[in-house]
Design a protein around this ligand. Sequence first.
Ligand code: SF4
Length: 426
Amino acid sequence: MPVKLIAMDLDGTLMSGDHITVTEKTKKALKKAHGMGVKTAIATGRTMNVTENVTAQLPFIDYVIYSNGAAVFDRCKGESLYTMPFFSETAAAVADILEEYPVYYEIYANGGIHSQQSKADYFVNADLPQEFLDEYIKSVEFHESICDYAKKSAVEKINLFYFGGEYYEEIRKRLLGIGGIAFTSPISGDLEMTRKGVNKGLALREMCAVLGYSPDEVMAFGDADNDIEMLEFAKYGIAMANASQVCKNAAKYVTLSNDEDGIAAALEKFVFLPARPKLLVSACLLGENCKYNGGNNYNESVVALGEKFELIPVCPECFGGLSTPREPNEIKDGGVVSKSGIDNTSAYSDGAEKCLYIANESNCRAAVLKSRSPSCGFGEIYDGTFSKRIVKGNGFTAQLLYDNGIKIFNETQVRELAEEFTDWEV
Ligand code: SF4
């Protein structure tokens, strides 16, 4: 299945080493993918208002998963798509504990950063560039009492920046005692807290459920342990070369580092695919519920052909106007009749004509069709008595395609088909 949504962590993934800029090559690749109809999302531990520098560089970004997955914002609609804040009593309990110590902490609420004026002097972050920190602190809204603010707000995340301080272990132990909190520490010495269960992977899953994307259509990039759930969810879960080992273990692929345009390299490999030969396929073999009884004939080997071919699904019986579910039909005396004796020959002929039209328009040189069907069967079909007896013959669509030079395979002949495909033109 083609990629329809790309979700990207920021620091160490989309952003270059300065934590501020996206390289020209990565920008260009993402813009190209977006132009092809692929939606883009950033997925970050930052809150909304600290992503503005990123969306200014990539104005086409569609969604922002922020506060480590506690909320998702739809930039096109200008509205929230999902939120999972702390229970207010949990946030209040955390704030009450942190208030007792000489530490800088902040809460993320309503897409912004909030802290207490009297704690500002404790702000230290030795691992990040000063330019980034200067910009960062400008985005903090200081309050006289952050505890009071926490108690009356929907708190998405609480951050404690306290590198190796003497109270670190004591604070950590007390916070662990509260319960209902998920802890992450992307940088050694800090503590980032969200409501238990919150993570980028859950946010991505919820977002896909609302937007109608399956995991098979999602590509996700990350470098840190808080990206793992997201990489596990997406079919194309990709770790950067600079990712932690645990993150790489959770990923399906590893690309180049953020400083080597790893995102652009993966898009080249998985999204900007060269044109592939087209193959007409019975839709029921791809899992479509178009079979006479309302089910399907899903076949993993046929679906896997999508790696090498562009699959064009067709159901001649649906194209011929028959409903699903419908009576079983079989070929008898050159026509097609249902089990109760209704003559459906014209529907089968119409469906076959439509399939031939699609095959010609799409330049399909071959088809994989469901065996034994009165439409799709090739070589053998049921004998017209509804007694499961097999005779030599072809379904209406298979016959018409064959008469027009299209090579027919059934679902058991995938290997033969794959061996021949290199001869076919795109
Ligand atoms: Fe499948 Fe062909 Fe029957 Fe449609 S007509 S359900 S594609 S076998």
